[in-house]
Write a protein that binds this ligand. Structure first.
Ligand code: NAD
Length: 446
């Protein structure tokens, strides 16, 4: 099959590469000329384990191509995936300007029956807007071309995106057209060899499914964080509570790790967008509002701990930060708890050494340059260098090399052997016996 993916970001690039890997011909289109020219030379704009090999192989075999020009693909493709960003607007609602710009461009170029697929996360009712935008452009051209709009939200996780795309838990396809359904079934057949994973439903149902899934996961995280905060106050070990409730099959172990809050390009914006959708319908989405508020405050977990331990003024103190990406396995720092922490530390006069196995380049690009210029923040070349004469380690992202570190080397480097563990990576008793002062999220105090 011949398909076009518009938007070569996390979702577009992974989807395009995986569809090509299944034998399809795929063109990935992006307005970012530098990104496309890099991709043509084999440079990936994102870090995603396993993606480079798939992109390279399919490029070599000419199944995967990159371009800035959508018009060149119109005669070949009959499925157009829209995979551009839907960032939060001023009021938190999903900003559809990129999605609708692509829809209009397709409308300006469409010549034969095609399926236009919303893969971006878009609010309920967006498919109607996409259809109207395409139709408006066809009307301007005074041509009549049959087309269908389908909702096919993406559920991949950054850091495990290839596996998630190749072996998805489910493939959600929202459509009211039998013709579009048949085409989508054919496209996804390669991913359904083991068992049927596609769930067909109405377009609006599919749009809501994506928001409901992300909001449910965010709710689990905010819920366990609330329990952890209560544990902290009542001298209860949340890790025991986590194991105790996770073993209940109705609850399960996933997404109930207490920590310093969730970040990333999806959960924060999707929960906010669903709250705004509710408001548009005069509905007060109380659970979602609490999920968002709890997360906002949870990102300040370190700040509260530092307050208690060192006081409000951190002048003259220095801290080693382990982990900058919003989660392990990615270089993405969008809405990362590390950003909240660094702003707070620097505003309070502290000096910071920081290390991340993958997100250093992103940090250099995204963090304010004055932090570096003023010497308040320095990125180090390894995790131990980030502990040189610091007053405490702040563990923000649970990368694997942080799990079982060289405690002896840490003690030697640090001025004070204090650990604030924002992801509960260490056993408090063990780490305290090793001579560290230790603070975890919802762990029993010493
Ligand atoms: N990142 C994830 O893990 C993830 C997972 C599931 C769903 N989503 C959703 O998928 C969508 C895309 O997310 P992302 O993280 O891939 O975004 P991204 O910012 O990484 O990529 C978006 C790309 O679209 C390009 N673009 C913008 N306007 C364009 C246009 N008119 N024509 C061509 N290209 C254009 C941008 O240059 C950029 O490269 C969002 O709606 C997001 O919520 C993301």
């Amino acid at each position: 099959m011949n398909l076009t993916v518009i938007g070569a970001g996390y979702v577009g690039l992974v989807s395009g590469a995986c569809f090509a890997e299944m034998g399809n011909h795929v063109t990935c289109i992006d307005v970012d000329a530098a990104k496309i020219s890099g991709l043509k030379q084999g440079q990936l704009p994102i870090y995603e384990p396993g993606l480079d090999a798939i992109v390279q192989r399919n490029q070599d075999e000419r199944r995967l191509e990159f371009s800035t020009d959508l018009s060149s693909d119109m005669d070949r493709s009959n499925i157009f995936f829209i995979a551009v960003g839907t960032p939060p607007g001023e009021d938190g609602s999903a900003d559809l300007k990129y999605v609708l710009a692509v829809a209009r461009e397709i409308g300006r170029l469409l010549t034969r029956y095609s399926v236009i697929v919303d893969k971006s996360t878009v609010p309920v009712g967006t498919a109607d807007k996409v259809r109207a935008a395409v139709q408006e452009e066809l009307d301007k051209r005074q041509v009549s071309v049959d087309f269908d709009v389908v909702s096919n939200p993406e559920f991949l996780k950054e850091g495990a995106a290839i596996d998630d795309f190749m072996k998805p838990d489910r493939i959600i396809v929202g459509t009211e057209s039998q013709k579009a359904q048949d085409l989508m079934r054919q496209l996804y057949a390669a991913f359904n060899r083991n068992h049927e994973r596609t769930i067909f439903m109405g377009i609006r149902d599919a749009e809501m499914t994506k928001y409901a899934a992300n909001s449910m996961l965010a709710t689990k995280i905010s819920f366990i964080n609330e329990i952890a905060n209560l544990c902290e106050l009542m001298n209860v070990d949340v890790e025991n509570v986590r194991r105790g409730i996770g073993s209940d099959g109705r609850i399960g172990f996933s997404f109930i790790y207490p920590g310093c809050g969730y970040g990333g390009s999806c959960f924060p914006k999707d929960v906010q967008a669903l709250i705004r959708m509710a408001e548009d319908h005069d509905y007060d989405a109380q659970v979602l509002q609490s999920v968002e508020r709890r997360n906002h405050q949870q990102k300040r977990w370190f700040s509260r701990q530092l307050d208690k331990r060192f006081g409000a003024d951190l002048t003259g103190l220095s801290f080693g930060v382990w982990g900058l990406a919003f989660k392990p396995g990615t270089d993405d720092m969008r809405e990362a708890p590390a950003k909240t922490l660094l702003s707070d530390l620097i505003a309070r006069g502290a000096r910071v050494l920081a290390y991340d196995p993958i997100a250093m380049e992103t940090a250099e690009k995204e963090l304010p340059s004055e932090w570096f210029n003023d010497g308040q923040l320095r990125l180090t070349s390894n995790q131990y260098e980030a502990l040189q004469t610091v007053d405490a380690l702040l563990l923000v992202t649970e990368w694997k090399p942080f799990r079982n570190p060289d405690l002896e080397a840490m003690r030697r480097s640090m001025k004070q052997s204090i650990i604030f563990d924002g992801r509960n990576q260490y056993e408090p008793d063990y780490i305290r016996n090793e001579g560290f002062e230790y603070f975890g999220v919802g762990r029993v105090s010493a």
